[in-house]
Ligand binder design. Structure first.
Ligand SMILES: Nc1ncnc2c1ncn2[C@@H]1O[C@H](COP(=O)(O)OP(=O)(O)OP(=O)(O)O)[C@@H](O)[C@H]1O
Ligand SMILES: [Mg+2]
Length: 234
């Protein structure tokens, strides 16, 4: 069976779709077969995919599907999942009943946050949902919080400093050591120019690539080790 990774944060705009595009591109580069499923009614991922097709920039080894219901997802998983090494599921940036069925398939849920209270609370909610579904189904889906759109200025804010104690000590979930910085290239890839990994390497792109490699390395580590098991604070 493939490894299933979902991006979930009910408080929108934190960088779910972007993070999944970058992770997909990195796995594809490593020779894995990657499926992405767009469960967001606004179709950001699917639009990216069709834009890439129009520009003849569709990544090899990445397929994008659109399913907006739990049943659609279940059917797809049953019929297609074994053809892939990784399935990445993108979810809407709002509270939705879709998240439970997504978590039920996931090995890892990533909750991206920009350092804002709203998004931190959204990530905590996602963690609670993972705990609840794990408990109900006797599963062991992991959960981690990913800091995104980080800038030097943001790093000086009080909320930024509080993220680790809140997420790790108080809430008891995992905080990715890798942070995703605010970078223009992450905006650019939304314009249908393929994945980050397909772009000609400039200094700026090399930095983004290193960041993404570190993130995927950490994702693999979390999936392999007992780290980030969603069991809640002691
Ligand atoms: N690290 C980053 N650096 C710069 N821009 C970013 C970064 N991450 C995301 N963005 C930009 O922020 C916007 C929102 O990102 P994205 O669509 O990935 O978030 P999302 O969580 O999927 O949002 P939604 O909940 O609306 O689906 C996009 O325009 C994207 O280009
Ligand atoms: Mg999105």
């Amino acid at each position: 069976m493939p490894i299933v990774i979902a991006a979930i944060n009910g408080k929108g705009g934190a960088g779910k779709t972007t993070a999944l595009m970058n992770i997909a591109g990195e796995y594809a580069l490593r020779g894995r077969r990657v499926a992405m499923i767009d469960m967001d009614a606004r179709n950001n991922l699917m639009k990216w995919w069709t834009d890439c097709q129009e520009k003849d920039a569709q990544p090899e080894d990445v397929e994008v599907y659109s399913h907006k219901t739990a049943r659609g997802l279940e059917r797809w998983m049953k019929e297609n999942a074994t053809a892939f090494d990784h399935v990445l599921i993108d979810t809407p940036g709002e509270d939705t009943a879709l998240v439970d069925p997504v978590i039920a398939f996931a090995d890892l849920v990533i909750s991206p946050i920009q350092p804002s209270k709203r998004e931190v609370l959204g990530a905590i909610d996602s963690f609670q949902n993972v705990l609840r579904v794990n408990e109900a189904l006797g599963r062991n889906c992991r959960h981690g919080v990913l800091r995104t759109r980080i800038t030097v200025t943001v790093r000086h804010t009080e909320l930024y400093r509080k993220i680790r104690p809140i997420i790790e000590d108080k809430v008891g979930t995992y905080l990715f050591r890798t942070e995703v910085f605010e970078r223009n290239v992450y905006k650019d890839i939304h314009n249908g120019i393929g994945t980050l990994q397909m772009l000609e390497v400039t200094e700026a792109i090399a930095k983004a690539r290193r960041e993404t490699q570190a993130l995927v390395g950490e994702v693999d580590e979390v999936l392999l080790s007992g780290k980030a098991i969603a069991r809640g604070a002691a």
